[in-house]
Write a protein that binds this ligand. Structure first.
Ligand code: C2E
Ligand code: MG
Ligand code: MG
Length: 464
């Protein structure tokens, strides 16, 4: 397998080297106009270009300065190596290579898939490039645009270049082109927004609930509410996409109030079924700084008499620390539980953590999913648990996917676990069946057996 990967990478490097030379000589542009005239077209994945419905630009940030420092030949080798990584996935074809960016073509069935492909591509590109001159750690920004018939190639890439500019300001650094910044046609994200607006207004979003298992007694005492949207044309759209869209366009306030109202109603239904469950909703960072909005949330939760908590990400607080801390203080005083979500992937300092009136710390799933395969993650997770407990918070591990991780977390004295091994997020009816079935009471029994068979060394590594 590795042998073939090496062959494919070498072949891709050779192609990209030729492309790069061609670009420098200016004849790659001519070859675009005269496909048959140039030998590159014998090896080009013309079918990928013909069937593509998206173009993208992967821009290497701060590369102009780097190029001056390491010289043009080394910089060109780095760009060639990055282009080879794009070509290593045969769903892509590389177009022009610029001095700091690479144009490419690809096909995706819908925007959610296109977005996931870009996340994967970004991960693959952000791996160290080793050259004789330098070990370079690329930082990549990606802008994309969907191809519509009749659009000229330069127009397509112009819009993708605008998206690159916008992507610089986003934490994820991936962006699809927006209406108004490109010429002609109806922009897909504008259409998506319109549909999302309608979905909020027409009550056609859904809430799913992901149970959390309390390790002290194997009980499910709380669940996280996660929003679901099925788009008429695109099918299920990931919340990471539509929540971001809602945040960028100001729809997030309405969407969050919709989720709150739905959760309040669902919690009352659960109570009628004899099930008493705390439910936490996710609240976007930008809303925590909005005092009027926070007052509304406090009032609605108070009026419902429900046990509803909020999850916030730690970066949220840093953006507008003063307003956010004041609002969180009032939310907490009103008796609403606060959980810090995705702990470990943000940038918060210990000082912020100390000042937050939080009741729970949720360790991000990226650390938990590699708990049993990484040397460092068990140590980090153990430290995070200690920090949470030192600050008198309950600690939850997100992303528990197997019984080995569960067994290790039990040894590490985490308080709650959440993840596919416990349960997927469920629609309300299925949640009721799950809780009535009491299968969760067995989960820890299995883990205890496993723990007994875990090697003493593994357990020692995780113990205080
Ligand atoms: P989050 O709040 O950190 O939620 C946890 C996410 O991880 C959920 O993804 C959940 O399905 C997924 N997850 C949990 N355990 C596992 C596991 O064991 N394996 C894997 N592979 N995944 C697991 P989901 O539902 O796609 O939501 C993604 C993010 O979207 C959420 O991350 C949250 O930040 C946001 N989100 C979802 N619903 C809402 C909402 O109603 N309002 C706001 N503001 N954000 C929301
Ligand atoms: Mg959450
Ligand atoms: Mg999370």
């Amino acid at each position: 397998m590795e042998y073939w990967q090496a062959i494919v990478s070498l072949a891709a490097l050779a192609i990209v080297g030729t492309l790069l030379l061609g670009w420098h000589d200016g004849w790659f542009r001519r070859a675009e106009a005269e496909p048959a005239a140039h030998p590159i077209h014998r090896v080009r994945r013309q079918s990928v270009v013909d069937n593509a419905n998206y173009v993208g630009i992967a821009e290497v940030t701060r590369f102009a300065a780097m190029r001056r420092r390491i010289g043009y030949p080394a910089a060109n080798r780095i760009m060639a190596a990055l282009a080879a990584r794009i070509l290593a996935d045969d769903r892509f074809e590389v177009g022009r290579l610029g001095r700091t960016g690479i144009e490419f073509f690809y096909r995706a069935d819908h925007i959610a898939q296109a977005h996931a492909m870009m996340q994967d591509l970004k991960r693959r590109l952000e791996v160290t490039v080793t050259t004789t001159a330098i070990d370079f750690e690329p930082s990549i920004v990606i802008g994309c645009n969907s191809i519509r018939s009749g659009q000229l190639r330069d127009e397509l890439f112009d819009a993708a270049a605008c998206a690159v500019e916008d992507a610089q300001k986003l934490p994820e650094r991936i962006r699809f082109a927006e209406d108004g910044r490109q010429r002609g046609g109806v922009d897909p994200s504008a259409m998506m927004l319109h549909n999302l607006y309608r979905a909020v207004r027409d009550d056609s979003l859904e809430m799913h609930y992901m149970p959390k298992l309390r390790l002290a007694d194997s009980e499910i005492v709380s669940a996280e509410a996660l929003c679901r949207w099925t788009h008429r044309d695109h099918g299920t759209v990931s919340p990471t996409i539509f929540i971001k869209l809602a945040e960028e366009t100001g729809l997030i306030g309405d969407l969050t109030l919709w989720t709150l109202d739905r959760v309040i109603a669902d919690q009352q239904r659960l109570r009628q079924e004899g099930i008493d469950l705390n439910i936490d909703i996710n609240m976007s960072g930008q809303l925590i700084g909005d005092t009027g909005f926070c007052d509304l949330v406090i009032a609605r939760i108070g009026a419902s008499g429900g046990r509803i908590g909020i999850e916030i990400t730690e970066t949220a607080v840093i953006e507008d620390a003063q307003a956010a801390l004041a609002n969180l203080g009032r939310i907490s005083q009103a008796g609403v539980r606060i959980a810090i979500d995705d702990f470990g992937v943000g940038l918060s300092s210990l000082a912020y953590l100390r000042d937050l009136p939080a009741d729970e710390l949720k360790i991000d799933q990226t650390f938990i999913r590699t708990l049993t395969t990484s040397n460092r993650d068990p140590l980090l997770v153990r430290s995070a648990i200690d920090i949470g407990h030192a600050l008198e918070m309950e600690v939850t591990a997100e992303g528990v996917e197997d019984e080995i991780a569960l067994a290790l977390l039990k040894v590490m004295r985490v308080d709650h676990v959440q993840g596919y091994h416990i349960s997927m997020p469920l629609p309300l009816d299925q949640l009721v069946r799950y809780l009535r079935g009491k299968a969760h009471l067995q989960i820890l029994g299995d883990a205890a057996q496993l723990r007994a068979s875990l090697s003493p060394l593994t357990i020692a590594a995780t113990k205080r």
